[in-house]
Design a protein around this ligand. Structure first.
Ligand code: NAG
Ligand code: NAG
Ligand code: NAG
Ligand code: NAG
Ligand code: NAG
Length: 533
């Protein structure tokens, strides 16, 4: 495995080098064109003078008017009555940008190839240059976005487009009505149109308020093109566990962890002869895309009893809860194993002391089968808190993401949207110039002291407790940088269509500090990457 990767790396380095040289030669030719005209254009991109000298264009980084993209972007003298669509998007309330922004954009031409996405390719030119100031409140006729310099990036191919091809995957989740309803957009981003099935057991499904209605919720999911079955719990009252005191009052409705464990039966009931894997999820388990997950599962034999998943990434959790597939990362049970356990599910609850669905499954598998856990790479339980950037900027291939709306916060559906452009390029990294790294879909980072002393193979220890407890999954670590040493632009929004002939935009923002009331004087910095397919 390692040897193979090394030779592939060397080959790719040469390939990338050659392609880069060609690209740079072409770019250089364009550059030597007409710097005077470029300066001229700059003056017309905005009705405000450049507010911040340090962001003014340096002579070597002047933009190239975009001749190839064929879009409406940079026509400086266009007589506009309404705002340019691109600008309109930046003005939207959701983005919550400051009135004046420092703005940079690049049009990215994906060069598809069979590349090693783990290699950090070097692009000699800077990514953030030729920035301009835009006033987002100004009269649209006076503001138009600057031209979009084209940048070619080597990326892996897009995932195959065939619809409804994942009918062999069946996912299950146990949660409350409101949480499931709130999860629809994010579930939709990886489930819609895939043909995979979803079973949701609503823990408060027997006790809904007037506005809540399981059929209506199921309809919403189906309208989003998700093959969902949404049901009330069959178990009405919690079962006593081994550690439940004899006089304890048993919970009604049934505890969500018991319902989570019993999902195996609910899933078997809606399974079809095509079903191969039952994926038991937490309601905040996220898959960037089903295609790579399906490819990974295909390496395992679904016709035999099998239990697949990931350990917790914090070793202490494993010491407490045991050696098992942790629910947040996604637990995959083959149909034969689920059938084998099915008659024993209630017994398994009564005979366990573990108050979590994934832990009950562990005890049950060990007691009623000879199956053992198979670990699957790239599934993550993400028991990480605080600043998760170290993980997302580590270049790791990522099949599942967890705890993204509680232990830390990341707009996972927007982040992963780029998988529609170039598949495994999600979280792929490029180095620009001497100090900038793009982690695709997550961030653009400028390292104040340059990249010479930064080992990108190491994970920055940004999250809380990032120490030897996490070594067995994430080591080696490098020290966490302060914001003074590391300027981050985070992905906050995406827009457009990631399909052939379409334009897909990623908006990365470095937010200025908002000290109350002075918003007109602070500048958010925005870098927009427009993928032109
Ligand atoms: C990119 O540049 C860095 C620093 O010069 C070097 O260590 C690395 O090997 C280069 N990567 C590739 C893929 O050429
Ligand atoms: C059902 O909801 C009502 C009102 O929210 C609450 O008072 C009651 O305890 C709930 N019943 C169960 C079984 O949870
Ligand atoms: C889901 O939540 C939204 C937003 O709160 C609400 O408008 C909608 O009616 C809910 N859907 C269902 C089926 O309850
Ligand atoms: C949902 O999945 C089941 C089982 O694969 C299938 O029979 C049914 O036609 C699907 N429904 C929709 C609306 O796709
Ligand atoms: C290239 C271009 O459109 N230049 C114009 C920039 O704006 C000034 C002032 O409005 C005009 O005089 C230029 O013709």
């Amino acid at each position: 495995m390692l040897a193979h990767q090394c030779s592939a790396r060397a080959y790719l380095a040469i390939l990338v080098g050659v392609l880069l040289t060609i690209f740079l030669l072409t770019a250089n030719r364009l550059h030597s064109g007409s710097p005077a005209a470029l300066t001229h254009l700059t003056e017309n991109w905005t009705n405000k003078p450049h507010g911040n000298e340090q962001h003014a264009q340096s002579p070597g980084s002047s933009r190239i008017p975009d001749a190839t993209s064929g879009n409406n972007a940079g026509s400086p003298s266009a007589d506009k009555t309404s705002c340019d669509q691109d600008l309109e998007f930046l003005r939207s309330k959701d983005l919550d940008l400051t009135e004046n922004i420092i703005y940079t954009r690049r049009c990215i031409k994906p060069a598809y190839g069979n590349i090693d996405r783990d290699v950090v390719a070097n692009v000699t030119s800077p990514l953030i240059s030729g920035s301009t100031t835009l006033n987002l409140k100004a009269d649209c006729s006076k503001v138009s976005p600057p031209p979009c310099e084209t940048l070619t990036l080597q990326v892996p191919p897009a995932y195959p487009q065939a619809q409804d091809q994942y009918g062999h995957l069946l996912f299950g989740v146990a949660t409350t009505y409101d949480r499931l309803n709130g999860s629809l957009p994010v579930f939709s981003s990886w489930l819609s149109g895939t043909g995979a099935q979803l079973v949701a057991v609503i823990s408060d499904g027997d006790n809904l308020s007037g506005k809540q209605n399981l059929r209506a919720l199921e309809k919403e999911f189906r309208q989003a093109n998700i093959n969902a079955t949404i049901i009330a719990p069959k178990l009405k009252t919690s079962l006593p566990r081994l550690d439940t005191a004899p006089d304890a009052k048993l919970g009604s409705p049934a505890a969500v962890e018991q319902l989570h464990f019993l999902l195996l039966r609910d899933m078997l009931e809606v399974s079809t002869p095509h079903t191969q894997w039952l994926g038991v999820l937490d309601d905040d388990t996220f898959f960037p895309a089903l295609h790579p997950l399906s490819l990974t599962l295909r390496q395992h034999d679904h016709t035999r009893p099998a239990w697949l998943g990931a350990l917790a990434d914090n070793w202490v959790s494993n010491k407490i809860w045991g050696y098992m597939a942790y629910g947040g990362a996604g637990v995959f049970v083959s149909v034969p194993l689920a059938k084998q356990l099915n008659p024993h599910l209630e017994a398994c609850i009564r005979e366990t002391t573990i108050p979590s669905g994934d832990g009950m499954l562990k005890d049950c598998v060990y007691k009623y089968s000879t199956t053992k856990l198979t670990l699957v790479d790239h599934l993550y339980q993400h028991d990480i808190q605080g600043d998760a950037s170290g993980f997302f900027e580590s270049g790791r291939k990522t099949l599942s993401i967890h705890h993204w709306k509680s232990w830390y916060h990341a707009p996972v559906d927007k982040m992963a949207a780029v998988t529609a452009v170039c598949g495994d390029c999600f979280l792929q990294r490029w180095r620009f110039g001497k100090d900038t790294v793009l982690s695709n879909g997550y961030s653009i980072v400028q390292f104040k002291d340059g990249l010479d002393k930064i080992d990108l193979d190491k994970m920055e220890a940004t999250f809380e407790e990032a120490d030897e407890r996490f070594d067995f999954v994430y080591a080696p670590f490098r020290p966490k940088l302060t914001p003074e040493k590391k300027k981050s632009y985070r992905l906050v929004a995406v827009d457009g269509e990631a399909k052939r002939g379409g334009r897909f935009r990623q908006v990365y923002v470095h937010r200025a500090p908002r000290d109350g009331g002075k918003r007109a004087e602070v500048f958010d910095e925005v870098v927009e990457l427009v993928w032109e397919m």
